[in-house]
Design a protein around this ligand. Structure first.
Ligand SMILES: *[C@@H]1O[C@H](CO)[C@@H](O)[C@H](O)[C@H]1NC(C)=O
Ligand SMILES: *[C@@H]1O[C@H](CO)[C@@H](O)[C@H](O)[C@H]1NC(C)=O
Length: 471
């Protein structure tokens, strides 16, 4: 359902949905179960095989098609559920996802649930159809259970955009008390679902375990393409979830621009998941945090008490009473993994009672084994007395063991107007110097390894090139 949110918005405005509280289209009571009087389903269930382009169609209530397609009942089933369709054809990512699921000898049955005829509609109509398709998937899974004793606990539904809510409905409509094993929502659709009750959208009740990846929740005219609110046991917000790196911000500029950009950030959820299947050695870790601002200060990199989890297929499945929002940064391209570090810098203002409120930047040179160095630039505002600043720094590579940090004040020209001098002093050398603003400690915490390193001034691990003199 990537296509373009402008069309979505226009349609919704046309329906008068912007006024008053949101109404669920086709609520639970309106939904009529059609299972009993139906012999065939509208949804096409294609078993993905490495050999055929199309997949092999499994027909509801026709056992022989399971044999013909070589469905292996002793292996788990992953079902891919696509979203809203603008052009009525299956998007490329579906085949990439199916191939990735089968890669590295993964022993899985992969079925693509093709509901294109119901998805290739005006957005609000496609939304109404999600319940019906959810029911059909539930019927299909019940049939597998009745006919070949295939347990629903071995089923993992992966739904993209509207498909995430289809999967949620499938999970809630399946009869009996036990649930589907897992549902993954990939940027679950926002319009007409945001703010709805849990029964009207994907929710943690829909499966034994539910995870979601939110990648395009940037709001425009009160709506966002991807749902913002948590809908799972673990909700991942890569780069804050609003927008994704590597995409031009051409939003709402031209028709083709809209299509491409919206598709890019919305579909990023899919590619993050595929990445987790293809790069076993580059699994992305995400961290529990209240909000992106706190995360951006590097304050949430703790993995104590299961506070962190792995994004994508290899997530640690843990049912929690409450949804947990996890944050992470990513690269703009596959493999998406970055390494997260918190740098905590403690400054000492040696001048009693002097109010210092400078704006400046610092550069850190991280010297690691093999003499590889990384430059990072940070800026802080307002140092009043002794204070600790915390930064989040992300790098493409693991920096390994820190040997030394070089700390350099930047922007000295600006200060010279404010203070007398900025001298180059090594603070722990003998001799007198005037009091100033100095770096006392730098503490580094690595999210991925959970290692902590303290570098203390005078222990020859921090080199301070300049000291800011304040008198
Ligand atoms: C089904 O999968 C199991 C486990 O990998 C394997 O041992 C068995 O041979 C497969 N059955 C068929 C018919 O391929
Ligand atoms: C800051 O720390 C230094 C050294 O520990 C101390 O001498 C000074 O009094 C402190 N300043 C304030 C404002 O607390």
């Amino acid at each position: 359902m990537f296509s373009n949110s402008l069309i979505v918005i226009v349609q919704i405005d046309g329906l008068g949905c912007t006024a008053g509280p949101p109404q669920a289209l086709g609520s639970q009571s309106e939904h009529t179960r059609t299972k009993k009087d139906q012999q065939s389903l509208e949804t096409k269930f294609q078993l993905y095989t490495d050999t055929t382009e199309e997949g092999c169609q499994i027909l509801f209530n026709q056992l022989e098609t399971l044999d013909k397609c070589s469905f292996n009942a002793s292996l788990p089933l992953v079902m891919i559920v696509h979203g809203w369709s603008v052009d009525g054809i299956l998007e490329d990512w579906i085949w990439k996802m199916a191939a990735a699921l089968k890669s590295q000898d993964k022993q899985i049955n992969v079925i693509i649930a093709d509901w294109l005829t119901f998805a290739h509609q005006h957005y609000p109509i496609a939304v109404q159809n999600t319940r019906h398709i959810g029911q059909e998937i539930a019927d299909f899974l019940e049939w597998l259970e009745e006919s070949i004793q295939f347990s629903r606990s071995n089923v993992h539904l992966i739904g993209y955009s509207l498909g995430a809510h289809v999967s949620g409905f499938a999970g809630s409509y399946i009869s009996g008390t036990s649930k589907i094993g897992r549902i993954t929502g990939l940027d679950p659709a926002g319009p007409l679902f945001e703010g709805m009750s849990p029964t009207d959208r994907l929710s943690p009740d829909d499966a034994n375990f539910v995870d979601a990846i939110h990648t395009f929740t940037k709001q425009h005219m009160g709506l966002s393409v991807g749902i913002k609110q948590p809908v799972a046991h673990f909700d991942f917000y890569p780069n804050g979830g609003t927008f994704q790196p590597g995409h031009a911000e051409l939003l709402f500029m031209s028709f083709s621009g809209i299509t491409q950009t919206v598709k890019c950030a919305h579909e990023r959820s899919v590619h993050l998941f595929i990445d987790s299947l293809l790069h076993n050695d580059k699994q992305s870790t995400a961290y529990w945090c209240n909000d992106i601002n706190t995360f951006d200060k590097g304050m949430c990199l703790s993995c104590r008490k299961n506070r962190c989890n792995t994004l994508g297929y290899n997530i640690r499945e843990e049912r929690l009473p409450k949804s947990r929002r996890l944050f992470l940064k990513t690269r703009a391209r596959m493999p998406f993994k970055v390494y997260h570090y918190q740098f905590k810098i403690h400054f000492i203002n040696e001048i009693q009672g002097k109010q210092i409120d400078p704006t400046f930047s610092i550069s850190l040179t991280v010297l690691i084994l093999h003499h590889y160095s990384v430059f990072v630039f940070c800026s802080v505002e307002g140092i009043n007395g002794n204070k600790t600043y915390s930064f989040l720094i992300t790098l493409d590579t693991d920096i390994g063991e820190l040997i030394m940090i070089k700390f350099k004040w930047e922007g000295t020209a600006v200060w010279e107007n404010i203070w007398d001098t900025v001298q180059t002093i090594i603070p722990w050398t003998k001799g007198t110097r005037r009091p100033g603003l100095i770096v006392k400690t730098i503490r580094v915490k690595a999210g991925e390894t959970q290692q902590k390193i303290s570098l203390i001034q005078g222990k020859k691990k921090i080199i301070v090139e300049n000291i800011l003199n304040l008198n």
